[in-house]
Ligand binder design. Structure first.
Ligand SMILES: Cc1cc2nc3c(=O)[nH]c(=O)nc-3n(C[C@H](O)[C@H](O)[C@H](O)COP(=O)(O)OP(=O)(O)OC[C@H]3O[C@@H](n4cnc5c(N)ncnc54)[C@H](O)[C@@H]3O)c2cc1C
Length: 241
């Protein structure tokens, strides 16, 4: 599964920049043909955001995709990476190295539980779309069961909500829960942190693997919760942004 790490420098052109919320953009890039750029679901690239400053961004699309790849960029932090992506537009090119990282799918069978906050969904969007496509024609009982628990702080932060709802409607082995940690008054949906919505029976299964991605506080809080539930470290995988 895992790709070797590479320091090769690539360029890729923006073919689409789409605002998913007031702070988060979906970018689609042409896949560089140099050295046949390829990656494993979950890996990230190291992008030159100007003045020799580098920032890391997880690839949000499946490695099985046609000649493009996607990134999900949150511009809220407001630093050099955020400003760079706020400014670039369609037809501009980015320079990057990679793919990098070992936050990839550990087992393609059993139960995969994805716990994401905000743009922490990016590597999971890649893993989920990859696994759903790859196992589409497998017998139902052999398909992995995928659980996505996706959290945002405020209602206005939400994005890709319908996208994952549509996946759930299409794939019986994909289970999706959305939650807000700071819901508005009258909110009818789930509230609180993503980990409190993990179906209890998944803690007991020796085939469950837990994947955690988001800001550092979210990741540390979720890891502490999983360890309290006696999940062994070899079945916990995480990437703090
Ligand atoms: C492996 C990896 C993968 C990543 N993938 C993605 C991705 O797919 N999409 C994405 O949007 N980002 C991703 N990040 C985060 C990204 O690399 C940058 O850290 C982020 O874009 C902020 O960069 P900046 O230059 O705008 O801000 P910086 O100059 O780095 O930070 C500006 C200020 O904002 C604070 N800050 C940093 N990050 C955040 C945050 N997330 N929310 C609020 N405040 C913050 C900092 O503490 C600092 O005070 C990833 C990080 C890592 C390590």
């Amino acid at each position: 599964m895992e790709q070797s790490q590479t320091n090769h420098i690539y360029t890729a052109r923006v073919v689409k920049k789409f605002a998913l919320s007031s702070k988060v953009f979906l970018f689609t890039f042409t896949k560089p043909v140099e050295n046949q750029f390829s990656f494993s679901a979950g890996q990230f690239i190291n992008i030159d955001v100007g003045n020799n400053i580098k920032r890391q961004y997880s690839i949000a699309s499946s490695p099985l995709g046609n000649g493009t790849f996607d990134l999900l960029i949150d511009i809220a932090p407001g630093g050099p990476g955020s400003k760079y992506f706020e400014q670039i537009s369609e037809q501009d090119s980015i320079t990057f190295s990679g793919p990098m990282g070992k936050f990839t799918i550990a087992s393609e069978t059993g139960e995969l539980i994805f716990l994401a906050a905000g743009t922490g969904i990016a590597p999971f969007k890649s893993m989920i779309t990859y696994l759903l496509t790859k196992t589409e024609t497998s017998p139902q009982e052999q398909k992995p069961q995928l659980y996505l628990l996706l959290g945002f702080r405020y209602e206005q932060d939400m994005f890709l909500v319908d996208y994952f709802q549509n996946l759930q409607n299409t794939y019986p082995n994909f289970h999706y829960t959305l939650t807000l940690s700071q819901p508005p008054e009258g909110w009818q949906g789930n509230s609180g942190y993503v980990q409190s919505y993990i179906p209890a029976e998944l803690f007991e299964k020796s085939t469950s693997h837990f994947y955690v991605c988001g800001g550092n506080n979210m990741v540390q809080g979720t890891l502490a919760y999983l360890r309290e539930k006696n999940i062994p470290d070899e079945r916990i995988h995480f990437e703090p942004f």
